[in-house]
Design a protein around this ligand. Sequence first.
Ligand code: SF4
Ligand code: SF4
Length: 260
Amino acid sequence: MWPSRNTKKAGRTRTASNDTSEAAAPAPAAGAAAAAAALDPGLEAFKALIGERRFTCTQCGKCCTGAGEVWVSDAEAANIARHLNLPLARFLALHCHAYSRVEGFRLLRSNMDSETRDCTFLRPDNTCAIHPVRPLQCSTYPWWPELMDDKEWQLEKDTICEGFDHAEAPPTDLHAAAQQLKLATIQEYQKRLAYKPSRKQSKKAAAAAQQQAGSSSSSSRTVKAHGAGQAKAGGSSSSNSDVSWQEKLRKLQGMLDFEG
Ligand code: SF4
Ligand code: SF4
C-alpha cells in the first residue's frame, strides 16, 4: 500500500492550515519548490481541478487532533529544528519516528500526553506551535491532489473539516490555491516514488500483478459477460487502490510533465 497522509480510517487528517491569515503563503519544502519552479507547467490544469471549491478555516483544530500522519521532508525537519533552536538530531529524536518507509521523509510523533494522540505541535488553543515553518502537508491543506476528487472532498467535509464549502468562505483565490495544489502534488509524487514497500507488501503486490495478468489473458467472453468492473474486482482491495493511484499518477505526470 502507498503511504497516505490522509487518514480517514483513523478519523483524522493532520493538516491544519488553522490560521487563514497565511493560507496563501505556504512554506514549501525546498525540493518541492525547486521542482515546481523548474517544471513550471502552468497552473491552468490545477485551477480546473479546484473548480468551484471553497474553503475557510474555523480553527476548530480537528485536522491536527487524534491519531494521524504528518510527513516532513528532511529539509522541512532541518527547518523546523532551526526554528525551535534544537540540534537536528535532538529534534528528530523528540518529534519524529525513527524509521520511515519513505526515503527522505519522516513521520511526526503524536503527543502521547494527549488522550487523543494529537499532533505534537498542536497547542491547547488549537494553533500550531510551528506555524511559520509547518510542513508543506499542513500549509497546502485542503489543496491536495487526492481531495480534488468530488467524493474525497465530500468525505473529508463530512468527517473532518467543517471549513470545506463553508457558507462564510470567501471566493477562492484560484491562483494561490492552484500553486498550493501543484506543490502538494509534486511532494506527494516524490513521496510515492521514494516509498520502499516491506517484503510482505512486495510479495502481495507481485501476487496481485500475477493474478491481474492471468485474468487479463482469460477469454474475452468472460470479460464481456461480467463487464469491466467485475473484471477488475478480481484483485485485492489494496491492488485496486494501487491501480487507482497509478491512474491518478499518470494524469499527474501528464499535468506536471514528469518522467515516471
Ligand atoms: S479541520 Fe478545517 S476548519 Fe478545522 S482547523 Fe482544520 S482546516 Fe481549519
Ligand atoms: S504541524 Fe501544526 S498544522 Fe501540522 S498537524 Fe501539527 S499542529 Fe497541525
